[in-house]
Design a protein around this ligand. Sequence first.
Ligand code: HAM
Length: 412
Amino acid sequence: MQPLPGFRDFFPAPVPLRDSWSADLRQHIFDAWRRTARSYGFREYDGPPLEPLELYTLKSGDEIVQQLFNFEDKGGRQVALRPEMTPTLARMIAVAERHYRKPIKWFAIPQLFRYEKQQKGRLREHFQFNADIFGESDPAADAELVALLIDSLRALGLTSDDFVVRLSSRHAWQAFFEAHCSESSRAYEFYQIIDKLERDRPEVTEEKLKTLGVSFDKVRAFVDAGEPNDELRVVLEHLAARGLSDFARVDYGVIRGLAYYTGIVFEAFDKKGEFRAIAGGGRYDQLVKLVSGGKVDLPGLGFGMGDVVLAELLKSRALVPSFTAAIDVFVLIEDESLRTHSLALVQRLRDSGRRVDFPLTASKSDKQFKRALELGAARTVRLERSPEGSVLARTKDLASREETVGTTEAVV
Ligand code: HAM
């Protein structure tokens, strides 16, 4: 039986098939995300994978809502598997923010579910590194987030030759829209056209813009000029001060599909343009207010970075390290009368923090030794009886082949 379309099995090394997903690579990515987020002072949180359907129908963009995995539970509730983390986080912040000093800097690595057509870089589940800041409206916070995004990719060995963060601003687009269209209530409709700018054929975009009375040429000229507005200028300055200028540039072709963004928005892409977005995010200053029914008003901003595109990018740039399941010690049991003693030794070695394995049942000594080699053991230890009847431990260093004999006490 196969997993459902768009769902993955993760195997430990050696991964059995060319297209199999590696549990070790996933851990390698998670470790880099966690390490970098912590180095920026972010704290880890989590939430439920199943949520009331309403959380998304009210707060996300149409695209995500069409892709929901939703159903009625046995209690008659309309529920959905989380397609993104941001609405859950906004709810958590709305109820608990007063217990935390501002700015709040939190991260999570949730598994998310979207019922979309399976294609390269897009599956029906993925893991997404989320980092968000609450309670700071200065663009210094946007710069901090963009720097974290850059550094979490650098932590995996990617450089400014591999990826770029395209920075944009809904404020800049809003100002453009207000200058060129009188129907201010249709701004979100306009943003969605801009969001599809690179995917739709020019004639289609032109037609859509016409319904809003906006000229395609003016849109194109605005994107081409790429003149940073005040908030983007601050972000660029802060990135320059950190020596990260090479990793980001203004690109108004980005606007983001989700409904809740209000200010600076950004997306990270591979430089060759082979893959879909590696990450995306932005500022959403009204979301907490919306989720709390107006009770809590706190600016927020954040980004999400998926594991699917990232794993593909790391593979294509030969940045996947070789993963070995190496253990520290393999305890050989050649004399079954010493199994009880051997088990006690295994336990003591494990308690001392070593990675230890041993033969679960009686087996030939050459088979045991082969197993020790397969597991990449640094050492073997074998208990044996001295002529006087005391139990001794023979330790072998498998790299140098050096052997020592001593008491089990000395081995531990
Ligand atoms: P998003 O752009 O929908 O943003 O997703 C962020 C990233 O998650 C994408 O750039 C992509 O790498 C990955 N991703 C999304 N959908 C899939 C999929 N079906 N298969 C594989 N990877 C996928 C959000 O979700 C926002 N909530 C991010 C955010 C956090 N904004 C503020 N805070």
